[in-house]
Design a protein around this ligand. Sequence first.
Ligand SMILES: [Zn+2]
Length: 266
Amino acid sequence: MPEGDTVHRAARRLHAALVGRRVLRFVFQHPGIEGTLEGGVVADVRARGKHLLIDLSDGRSLHSHLRMRGSWHVYAPGEPWRHPPTRMSVAILATTEGLSDGAPPTRTIAVGFDLATARIVRGDGALPALGPDLLEAAFDVDEAVRRLRSESACPLGVALMRQALVSGIGNVYKSELLFLERLDPFGPVGAHDEAALRALIERGRVLLARNLGPGPRVTRRGEGGRLWVYRRSGEPCFVCGELVRMRRQGEDGRSTYFCPSCQGVR
Ligand SMILES: [Zn+2]
């Protein structure tokens, strides 16, 4: 599953490429699509949690979800695609023709590859309920903490990825954040007090925001690597030297990386 910052980055790129342009052609191979975006003018591109919405000024939106493999690319006409066309879920050819006042018209192509979800909706009504989004300016930390605590028996590493509780955290940030806050991913949410959960959420917000720019995802600065524990099982912890471990958790068996010593995992 992509992290919230991946989706927000994609939304920013698409926003710059599409907003204010008219959809000249809309082609798709995704079975979830019914209808078309052709003729509409793009009014906004938004990330909501891990969902990405391309809104037209007439109320139609393209709702997409990247899941594990999905991505959005922006191309100039004629530019070769970085993935084969067989992996294309949707492609949008957008133009300023008829919209720009005097400036030469330009065309842009946005291509969604391997999208898990792609469908045309009206408004936000069709989206699943999401918890507060860590990357939203109006993020409500109290509400996020309240929602997490409502699942007091759920293992913390599982709860942190439940997008209905707090949205934006994927597998990488889950492991990194729990390590940074020295919290046991396998213990129940209820074992931690409100202050600890608040610190965890606030750090998540800082880390995701810091990674919105281009370049690789970084949670750690210094020699040896840019991540503290993620995909480092069998390697020594940067803090204490004990070997980092990986254990799967949750219904879908997502990998959680941790330092048994720093995080008090038995
Ligand atoms: Zn350690």
